[in-house]
Design a protein around this ligand. Structure first.
Ligand code: NAD
Length: 356
């Protein structure tokens, strides 16, 4: 029997609760499809700081390196907010992405018809939205040097090299080929030198993909267009900070941040995680929505393990469960037949797969 090694990082806050449900679903689907999953758990984030005094122990990085894929929950919490930057939980995740070479973050945004009223946007604006944000993840202003804060003046630097832009642009064009063949590259080329290099380089890469239509948009306009007419977008290609902001904005179309998965790829091994954080306000209450994490597990099966059929089974089970009116409390107001806990939602989705 084929089997895969999965590095599991549950993290902080709701992380352990939502990852447990994804594993519940993965166990059912792997059994049904006849492959094995060997899980190995690693520490990262605040829990790692508490246990071993660093947010990312070497053993975690090494364990991820030798795995077939990484399934991750979330990290962070108020408790660790005042630690020095390199000890903060978030530094652990930034370091892991860098060490694994995960330069591309893919965030699909799809609107479930059953939850159309959960969005703050009008149904006619969002019905049928199906877009993908491709965000550069290991460069740009979050990593650029110099950076400093001497108490009087603080600065960060937005840096991109041509090679960094080429490799992320290729991910966007390759993704677009499998979708509606449109890439919108988002930058601030009217003001920033770094964006002018970005735009010119993306245009050069586009020559290798004549079947894909390329357009450009300034980031301020993109923020506006996303809420005005999101259906105009297929693949949005952008840098680290613009992608961070735009993908959170786009996530609101689905009605809950608890529904959106993501994958980080391009390096040694793919990492799959929900887009939300550790939600300390609801941690330990068994009310978090596990669907974003379960959909991330589905992306892991599809993109890192090549188990497409198993991924389809998960995606269809989620659709069917939502169609039947099962909701966690974040979506309890929207045609809920039954409001369920985190654990119940995982079980209902797993049962649905068993019964197909
Ligand atoms: P958050 O995403 O954790 O929470 C924002 C709001 O959404 C909260 O009200 C929360 O209860 C709700 N929410 C989030 N996930 C949910 C789910 N699955 N089901 C139901 N409701 C959900 O963002 P925040 O409050 O700004 O950050 C909390 C902590 O998470 C911070 O320490 C932050 O640094 C960290 N964080 C981590 C990641 C990550 O692990 N990749 C990403 C973002 C934020």
């Amino acid at each position: 029997m084929k089997s895969y090694d999965i590095a599991v990082i549950k993290g902080d806050g709701i992380g352990p609760e939502i990852v447990d449900e994804a594993i519940k679903v993965l166990n059912v689907v792997s059994k049904k499809e006849g492959f094995g999953l060997n899980y190995k758990e690693y520490l990262m984030g605040g829990c790692a700081y508490e246990a071993v005094g660093t947010p990312i122990p070497d053993v975690t990085i090494e364990g991820c390196r030798v795995s077939d894929a990484v399934l991750f929950g979330s990290i962070g919490g108020y408790k660790w907010d005042d630690l020095p930057r390199e000890m903060k939980p978030e530094s652990g995740l930034l370091k892991l992405r860098k060490e694994l070479g995960l330069f591309a973050n893919l965030r699909p945004v799809r609107v479930f018809d059953e939850l159309i009223e959960a969005s703050s946007l009008k149904p006619e604006v969002i019905q049928g939205v199906d877009l993908l944000v491709v965000r550069e993840l290991t460069g740009g202003i979050y990593f650029g040097e110099p950076r400093d804060n001497d108490g009087q003046t603080a600065y960060n630097t937005m840096v991109y090299t041509k090679d960094e832009i080429i490799r992320i642009a290729k991910v966007a064009f390759e993704s677009a080929i499998k979708r509606k063949k449109k890439v919108c590259s988002v930058d601030k080329a009217n003001v920033l030198e770094v964006s002018r290099l970005w735009r010119k380089t993306v245009e050069e890469v586009a020559l290798e993909y004549p079947e894909v239509e390329l357009s450009h948009m300034f980031v301020d306009n993109a923020a506006m267009q996303l809420v005005r007419d999101p259906k105009q977008f297929d693949v949005i290609l952008t840098g680290n900070i613009f992608g961070d902001i735009l993908s959170d904005e786009a996530s609101m179309m689905s009605g809950s941040i608890g529904l959106l998965p993501s994958s980080s790829i391009g390096g040694i091994v793919g990492l799959y995680e929900p887009i939300h954080g550790s939600a300390p306000d609801i941690a330990g209450k068994d009310i978090a929505n596990p669907i974003a994490t379960i959909l991330s597990a589905s992306m892991m099966l599809r993109y890192s393990l090549g188990e497409e059929k198993a991924a389809d089974l998960i995606d269809n089970a989620i659709k069917s469960v939502l169609h039947d009116g099962y909701r966690t409390s974040d979506l309890g107001k929207y045609h809920a037949k039954e409001v369920c806990s985190t654990q119940q939602m995982g079980l209902i989705i797993a049962d649905r797969i068993t019964k197909v």
